[in-house]
Design a protein around this ligand. Structure first.
Ligand code: SAM
Ligand code: SF4
Length: 348
């Protein structure tokens, strides 16, 4: 990978204190963690080029996938120590047959908010039950509105299914509804304004994500990536844009369109990382805690879950995983090593 100069946005430096045994789950830079991304499966109904290989995926062994009881136990322990948002992801969470049960059980945890990131294939049929179960927020991925491009990009001819899912979410009034697209040169960079209009028409916020080096094929290159600046340039071709203040810990910066209430989000994970405000931890479908998308280390909860350990041991593992978090990632830096897992197996 070529050496490029990408800024890290580190957490503010503090002298390293000892790991606290109680209180909220925090790292040594003072970042308190509130958000847990839970991957329910590494399998998917699509094969997006930036995420999965066309074929030859080595799937996680079925017996290694966490059961719903195990997920609920981890979530309850995390919630007791300050985690308030659980975002279900994958792979494709809709491929999990008992998804409604997962949502219902997590939604019963006091103070928990349940969100999901999905490609929306089959969502129209399952949405009423998911909403009843307590699903609160929904992010749907859609990178292009062009059927041929969609087929090339995802290696599946399923655009109509995705559009049906988006319509169902829009009509259900689930809110806030967000649509996500990875911006890609020569693929959808000319569609940026059209995607924004599509989202507005469906009562949703469009968000554009800089492509990250998490593809299974390890083909990411910085020079091919569409940057935040380019995305903003495309938006300016159609609207006057101004930043919305008060981003907080959110990964997306919001931009107001023509002074209206309508906004677009830009997630500049590579060129303007938001590591300093990161409050996320990840639980993979096979029970590993990851403190960062780009981390090369994992903390295995399975021996504890299946070996009769008590809740305190699991809490301790969550705390240790987050205590070891680095101040920022160094994507694009010469020393950067792409994680062995593809995005589908980490949980985006
Ligand atoms: N299958 C669901 C979906 O696509 O929404 C959930 C899992 S997917 C891994 C979660 C998000 O990660 C999607 O919005 C997807 O576009 C994004 N993603 C996957 N690979 C990426 C990459 N290399 N760079 C940036 N975003 C990526
Ligand atoms: Fe599947 Fe989502 Fe990865 Fe696309 S981005 S291959 S929909 S997990």
């Amino acid at each position: 990978m070529p050496a490029v100069n990408v800024a890290i946005a580190p957490a503010p430096h503090r002298s390293a204190p000892d790991m606290p045994a109680s209180g909220p789950i925090a790292d040594r830079f003072g970042r308190v963690h509130r958000d847990m991304r839970i991957s329910l499966t590494d399998r998917c109904s699509l094969r997006c080029t930036y995420c999965m290989p066309e074929q030859g995926s080595e799937w996680l062994a079925r017996q290694s996938i966490l059961t719903t009881d195990e997920i609920e136990r981890i979530a309850r322990i995390a919630a007791t120590h300050g985690i308030t948002t659980f975002r279900l992801t994958g792979g494709e969470p809709l491929l999990r047959r008992d998804l409604e049960d997962v949502v219902a059980r997590l939604a019963r945890i006091p103070g928990a908010e349940i969100a999901m990131t999905t490609n929306a294939i089959g969502l129209d049929r399952r949405l009423p039950a998911l909403v009843d179960a307590g699903l609160g927020r929904l992010n749907i991925s859609i990178d292009t509105l062009d059927r041929d491009r969609f087929r090339e990009l995802t290696r599946r001819d399923r655009l109509d299914d995705v559009l049906r899912g988006i319509r169902a979410a829009s009509e259900a009034g689930i809110g806030p509804l967000k649509l996500n697209a990875v911006a890609m040169r020569g693929v959808n960079d000319t569609e940026i304004a059209d995607l924004v209009q599509f989202a507005i028409d469906h009562g949703a916020q469009m968000r554009f994500i800089e492509q990250m080096p998490l593809d299974a094929g390890h083909t990411w290159s910085r020079s091919e990536m569409v940057t935040r600046e380019e995305i903003l340039g495309r938006l300016r071709e159609r609207w006057a844009i101004e930043p919305v203040p008060g981003r907080g810990g959110a990964p997306a910066e919001s931009w107001r369109l023509d002074g209206s209430e309508r906004t677009v989000g830009v997630i500049a994970s590579v060129t303007a990382p938001f590591c300093g405000a990161c409050d996320r931890m990840r639980l993979t479908a096979d029970g590993q805690i990851r403190n960062c998308l780009f981390s090369n280390s994992e903390f295995d909860l399975v021996p504890l879950l299946r070996g009769g350990s008590d809740d305190a041991a699991i809490e301790g593992m969550l705390r240790r995983a987050i205590w070891g978090k680095l101040p920022g990632h160094a994507v694009g830096d010469e020393s950067f090593l792409q994680p062995a897992r593809g995005m589908n197996a980490i949980g985006g």
